[in-house]
Design a protein around this ligand. Structure first.
Ligand code: C5P
Length: 397
């Protein structure tokens, strides 16, 4: 989003107020935002607020020169590299599809060459109306990106489809659409995620603090780059990223089976899962009753990644290492021992890195290149950096 020029165009849906938070979130991500409103939208949400939040005058009237430019709508249309309509009403959608340009919104969207994104929001009947559906299909065929409206309670007092999704979801959707590339088209990437669970009895298990966030962010990023993604995941509370082939597992042995049975057909493996090093030797068939003390005998689990490294052919192997000291030294040893192409090594003793937080930092280590330091950043951003490295590794294979 950094340094992107985004026009947020607001039409007169009752959810127009949500666009204020969309503008704010986009700016926090580093984008420059200018707002265009329809005259009707100004009766629902205040242009003053949009002006304050965006840091720019709001364009509404075709004949008022807010930016002192000669031809305001053309200047705005040229400035934009992304154009998003939040909310897009049935009326505005219809006008855009019909080629009507009779106000600032419809004129600028017609005049811009920027990719266009629409977030429809309206009453369920209006949304389901074949005219609206025809218009949306037509716009999609013309290359417009359309976000599915959410289902839920609508301002008209009924529950149904047509709700404007929450600002956070809109920005996430926009980001994922804007960041799409084909750098990994034709490449199959298998990602493991989450913390494995080793059963003790039918209700108890040995687990770890992994949330799965890093692995899920990597799977999502790989899919954005056009890869075929297989996500082998231990149980997590996360939503499965769209467009990935999801393989749920629980224990280390089930993860090993899921990964190894697919190994020959994949090009890249990213082992982001926290795999339990041990499992219980004798699992109880029935729930173990309370007792004063008990001893569990544990046996070593296979090191899945090391096994993959030993039989590596064409694959690129990326591992993770959670350390609490000597991060580079221990990591470099792992690169060699597990025959990896890259290792993401991080210090989990820090409170803002590693398990169960949204940020991470560390080093990228390689068998024959100097380490690269990664400062603290969001896991989604780190996932982007990891997959950029993978693109290079695939290219240089
Ligand atoms: O040796 P260590 O457990 O620190 O290595 C971590 C890396 O190895 C991670 O990529 C993890 O997914 C993988 N691993 C594995 N099987 C294990 C333990 C770790 O594949 N039993």
């Amino acid at each position: 989003m950094r340094e992107k020029h985004i026009i947020v165009a607001v039409s007169a849906g009752i959810a127009a107020y949500k666009a204020i938070e969309v503008v704010s979130r986009l700016r926090k991500k580093g984008a420059e935002v200018k707002v265009v409103m329809t005259e009707n939208a100004t009766h629902i949400a205040s242009p003053l607020t949009f002006g304050e939040i965006s840091g720019h005058p709001v364009a509404i009237d075709m004949f008022e020169q807010v930016h002192q430019w000669d031809v305001e709508h053309i200047a705005l249309a040229t400035w934009a590299d992304t154009y998003v309509v939040v909310p897009a009403t049935a009326n505005v959608i219809g006008k855009i599809y019909a080629g009507i340009a009779d106000d600032m919104l419809t004129t600028t969207i017609m005049a811009t060459k920027a990719p266009k994104y629409l977030c429809p929001a309206m009453n369920t009947e209006m949304y389901n109306n074949p005219i609206t559906q025809r218009n949306l299909e037509g716009l999609q065929a013309l290359g417009y990106h359309i976000m599915e409206p959410a289902e839920g309670w609508l301002a008209c007092g009924i529950t149904g489809v047509g709700r404007l999704p929450e600002p956070e979801a809109i920005v996430e959707w926009l980001e994922s659409q804007m960041c799409k590339s084909n750098e990994l088209e034709g490449t199959t990437v298998l990602v493991t995620a989450g913390g494995t669970q080793e059963n003790i009895d039918p209700v108890r298990y040995i687990g770890n603090r992994s949330s799965g966030k890093m692995g899920y962010a990597i799977a999502e990023q790989a899919a954005r780059m056009g890869a075929n993604v297989i996500l082998v995941s231990a149980p997590t509370s996360l939503a499965v990223p769209s467009g990935v082939d999801f393989v749920p597992v629980d224990s280390a042995l089930s993860m090993q089976h899921a990964v190894e049975s697919r190994y020959d057909t994949v090009d890249v493996v990213v082992m982001a899962a926290a795999v339990s090093d041990f499992r219980v030797l004798h699992k109880a068939e029935q729930k173990i009753k309370k007792m004063e003390s008990m001893t569990l005998e544990l046996v070593k689990n296979p090191d899945i990644l090391q096994g993959l490294g030993a039989k590596k052919k064409h694959q690129i192997l990326v591992g993770f290492a959670a350390e609490t000291e000597h991060v580079i030294e221990y990591g470099q040893d792992k690169v060699a021992r597990k025959n990896l192409d890259m290792l993401v090594a991080n210090d989990v003793s820090k409170s803002n890195a590693g398990f169960n937080v949204d940020t991470n930092e560390g080093y990228f280590l390689y068998p024959n290149k100097d380490p690269k330091e990664m400062p603290n950043m969001k896991k989604s951003e780190l996932a982007h950096n990891i997959m950029k490295e993978v693109v290079e590794l695939v290219k240089n294979k």
